[in-house]
Ligand binder design. Structure first.
Ligand code: ATP
Ligand code: MG
Length: 571
């Protein structure tokens, strides 16, 4: 099993700015005379951003902000086949929503295609790159393995002139996909496979979402990335650990292509979350095979999914701060993310009442046709949140779960003959249980005690339970979507096994429960999409964009129960 990290420190605002090894490196560079720190966040627009990207965003923008520098938003759009403007737009929305601004520092690797092409010609002229004509399969064979060295391609000895000529004709669309490739001439026997004459350019006759058909050759990441960094004057190019082996190539490209500045790459551990897949390829598969309703399905670990689910940007930044930046990979308990969401919503979400599975309680001694407003605090711990008026009347919905005809031992809520409190309203007692022909409880009858108005008895008598409720005459019908983990497996990404299991087998069939016919207090009926509430006793909920006038839909962000705090020993 993977090493699940539960020992993450508790909330502490200063942690967000705490020192990690990246910040130490940057601080040392600044102390050593570096005038301006420039970082970049370089998403490939081939999918929506996920919570792992949020970690990178918080680091890239966070470091730049803390050192008074800049962070560029650069789209790494070098693979036309998989990229799309839909993704570009969603990425911008998500970065902005997370709370980061890039101003006019928005760049695209595709803006540098001409410059990159010139750098490539320069390498050929220096005898440091050549056009190879092996097929992809042959190239793989010649590359060797971790334990065996590679072999030189028969085209490695091509003259500068021949390679230049072929490369220009590649650009001029004279060849089909795969006919040739431009490769760096480094060392086919290097113990680092990345250095075995890596491909720098390949032929791809495809529509690019920005450059259309202008180009039919496209630079590879390992060539485009360092040079894009250098063109933009990036000083600290922060990426995840899988690029450690690519760093010698990054440095090689910078050294030999001779761009205007000299950036450096630093690697940190990517974010892995239990019960979560975090590869864009797998997330795309979930979307395409319709296992979820889209990239922003509230069960997805995407930023748009978390937003739709009701997470605040503050809670995601807090989470990224607490996870920290380390050099060694581990797996973070998804409960920590839920904990951060809950903690922030507890502070800011106004309280409201909603009944998910309604059972009607008719108060027979309450005058028919009468109603009154109860005053309720919007936030018990925050008087500045004010109060609201909630209508009360003769027929009330309570939660079906809050009634047991024959109460179990520790069940203190409503049962026949028992008195409970309806929050901020009255003490009520159940006097009669109405059933249908099949014996199902369909309604309760009871009485209320008028002197307990507001929720306290003047004679000091106590009740053991306080229930939430909604007045039947005033209630608005709603759909409430309850979520569970998308995967039943703790490690659906296969970090532990390093295997590529079919993720569909690991899906949790109960990850979404859409409860219809919920009854919510009238004020909630007009809540705008995106607004967040605590439903008393049920958790935190956000209004879903699927809501229609008169037919609101809510997503449960998190329940009130904090399993992570328990595991971690907080409380
Ligand atoms: P894939 O998910 O398909 O492996 P990717 O996440 O690397 O692709 P990019 O768009 O290239 O996709 O990522 C942009 C930046 O976000 C990169 O700098 C990358 O290192 C960083 N990043 C991606 N995933 C994570 C993660 N899980 N944790 C931290 N940073 C990440
Ligand atoms: Mg990547």
């Amino acid at each position: 099993m993977s090493d699940v990290n539960t020992g993450v420190p508790a909330v502490n605002e200063s942690r967000e700015k705490s020192q990690d090894f990246i910040r130490e490196i940057v601080a040392a560079d600044v102390a050593g005379g570096r005038a301006t720190v420039v970082t970049r966040f370089p998403p490939e627009p081939n999918g929506y951003l996920h919570i792992g990207h949020a970690k990178a965003i918080c680091l890239d923008f966070g470091v730049a902000n803390e050192f008074g520098g800049y962070c560029n938003l650069r789209f790494d759009d070098t693979n036309p086949v998989k990229e799309d403007v839909e993704y570009v737009d969603s990425i911008k929305d998500d970065v902005r929503w997370l709370g980061f601004e890039w101003g006019d520092r928005e760049y695209f690797a595709s803006d540098y295609y001409e410059q990159l092409y010139q750098y490539a010609e320069r390498l050929i002229e220096k005898g440091l790159a050549y056009v190879d004509s092996l097929s992809a399969d042959q190239m793989r064979e010649y590359r060797g393995t971790l334990t065996s060295p590679g072999q030189d391609s028969p085209h490695r000895g091509r003259s500068v002139d021949e390679s230049l000529d072929l490369f220009r004709r590649m650009r001029a669309a004279e060849f089909p996909d795969g006919a040739h490739a431009l490769r760096a001439k480094i060392d086919m026997r290097s113990p680092n496979i990345t250095m075995r004459d890596p491909v720098l350019y390949r032929i791809r006759h495809a529509d690019h979402h920005r450059t259309g058909r202008t180009w039919c050759i496209y630079p590879m990441y390992d060539f485009a990335h360092p040079l894009s960094d250098a063109i933009e004057g990036v000083t600290h190019s922060l990426c995840t650990l899988e690029y450690v082996d690519h760093r010698p190539l990054y440095d090689w490209v910078i050294e030999h292509a001779g761009p205007p500045s000299r950036p450096h790459q630093y690697e940190f551990a990517r974010l892995n979350l239990s019960y979560t897949v975090m590869s864009k390829r797998k997330l795309l598969e979930l979307v395409e095979r319709r296992h979820v309703r889209g990239w922003d399905d509230p069960r997805m670990p995407t930023i748009s999914g978390l937003r739709r689910r009701g997470f605040t940007p503050e809670s995601i930044r807090d989470f990224c701060g607490r996870v920290g930046v380390a050099k060694k990979e581990n797996v973070i308990d998804v409960g920590l993310l839920e904990h951060c969401g809950r903690e922030d919503l507890n502070r800011r979400a106004p309280r409201a009442m909603a009944v998910l599975r309604p059972l009607k309680l008719v108060l027979t001694n309450y005058p028919e046709g009468q109603s009154e407003d109860m005053t309720m605090a919007n936030h018990a711990d925050d008087p500045s949140a004010g109060t609201r008026r909630v209508p009360f009347s003769r027929e009330i919905y309570i939660e079906r779960d809050d009634f047991m005809e024959t109460p179990a031992k520790k069940f203190f809520r409503l049962s026949p003959g028992r008195e409970v409190r309806l929050r901020s309203a009255y003490f009520v007692t159940c006097t009669e249980v109405v059933k249908d022909a099949s014996g199902q409880v369909v309604e309760l009858r009871g009485t209320y005690d008028p002197v307990t108005r507001g929720g306290d008895a003047p004679d000091g008598r106590k009740v053991k339970a306080t229930l939430h409720w909604v007045s039947a005459a005033h209630a608005v019908d709603a759909e409430v979507r309850l979520y569970d983990r998308l995967f039943t497996s703790e490690d659906p990404d296969g970090h532990a096994a390093r295997s590529d299991t079919d993720i569909t087998a690991l899906l949790n069939p109960g990850s979404l429960e859409a409860v219809q016919g919920c009854k919510i207090e009238p004020m909630l009926g007009a809540a705008a999409a995106g607004s967040r509430y605590q439903f008393e006793r049920l958790g935190y909920f956000a209004v879903d964009p699927d809501s229609k006038p008169g037919a609101p839909v809510f997503n449960r962000t998190v329940s009130l129960k904090d399993t992570w705090a328990k595991v971690a020993g907080h409380t």
